[in-house]
Design a protein around this ligand. Structure first.
Ligand code: PPS
Length: 288
């Protein structure tokens, strides 16, 4: 399939037609947020499905029923995707959503609501690697070409949801104050219970240490990889080919070291630094 048939363009962003449509984007634009909604914001490959596992458990006090019975895409739907309109009325309260949208694409109702946001950030070098393998296994995405070619597309923003730096800038420069919490993928890998405690406090949950530990165990890479409601094994091979790569691929930090040449690292670092020049925030990782 030619790439112009694979993607639709929305506000300058490439979105896969397999999961997005003009109707789904209209639905997102008109969507009415409620005060107790929780929205997870990620640039693709930064920990989205991990949060689709974590959030229902944080919000329901650790009851495993939703993560064992509902596929992740219906359990915590993407605001902008076609499944959203089909499942939103069945979501328990408080509702949880994910989005890859930049801040400026959120609907007007979000701004007048008190809905909270958790923004998960991941080292862009590992985002690039994860995305590279995802493009190899997902038939509804353009073939990534060589790693070098894909890096250039990533740095130019000719990939899903545009430039990583634009996404980060949009979410770092909001005026959401205490309605937004930032957490890194790396922090979650290093000490998931600590990250869960922070999220639980942010969401005003009063979870016991026992519940935090239970959620951490159930949201480990190993447990999620074995959970058919979360590992994308329900998706037919013609869309996602597990013989090429897995959605839950490695779940580690620093895999970029196995992929970047010294020249690619220098190129990547200087391109990202240039894009972030003059910004008032700093990144939580070194780009070296
Ligand atoms: S997507 O397509 O944007 O929804 O992808 P996303 O879910 O954001 O990112 C996929 C990567 O997240 C990893 N992942 C995890 N890592 C550690 N622990 C847990 N529990 C976990 N769940 C998902 C997943 O393996 C992808 O990263 P890579 O580096 O490819 O393994």
């Amino acid at each position: 399939m030619a790439s112009d048939q694979m993607y639709l363009m929305y506000d300058g962003l490439m979105l896969p037609c397999e999961t997005h449509s003009t109707e789904s984007l209209e639905f997102a634009r008109e969507f009415t947020f409620k005060d107790d909604d929780v929205l997870v914001v990620t640039y693709p490959k930064s920990g989205t499905i991990w949060m689709q596992e974590i959030l229902p458990l944080l919000l329901n006090g650790g009851d495993l029923t939703p993560v064992l019975t509902i596929p992740n895409w219906d359990r915590v739907p993407w605001l902008e995707e076609t499944r959203m309109a089909l499942v939103v009325d069945q979501l328990p309260s408080p509702r949880a959503f994910v989005t890859h949208f930049p801040y400026q694409l959120l609907p007007a109702s979000f701004h007048t609501s008190k809905a909270k946001v958790i923004n998960v950030l991941r080292n862009p070098k590992d985002v690039l690697v994860s995305s590279y393998y995802f493009h190899q296994m997902a038939s509804f995405l353009e073939d990534p070409g060589t790693f070098e070619e894909f890096m250039e597309k990533f740095l130019d923003g000719r990939v899903l949801f545009g430039k990583w730096t634009d996404h980060v800038k949009s979410w770092k420069n909001t005026e959401l104050g205490d309605r937004i919490m930032y957490v890194t993928y790396e922090e979650m890998v290093q000490d998931l219970p600590a990250a869960l405690r922070r999220m639980s406090d942010f969401l005003g949950r009063n979870l016991s240490e026992e519940v935090i530990q239970k959620i951490a165990e159930n949201c480990s890479f190993k447990t999620m990889k074995a959970n058919n409601m979360s590992n994308f094994s329900l998706v037919p091979k013609q869309y996602m080919d597990n013989d090429r790569s897995h959605f839950l691929r490695k779940g580690i930090t620093g895999d970029w070291k196995n992929h970047f040449s010294p020249e690619q690292l220098a190129r990547f670092k200087s391109a990202i630094e240039k894009e972030l020049e003059g910004e008032s925030f700093s990144l939580p990782w070194s780009l070296d």
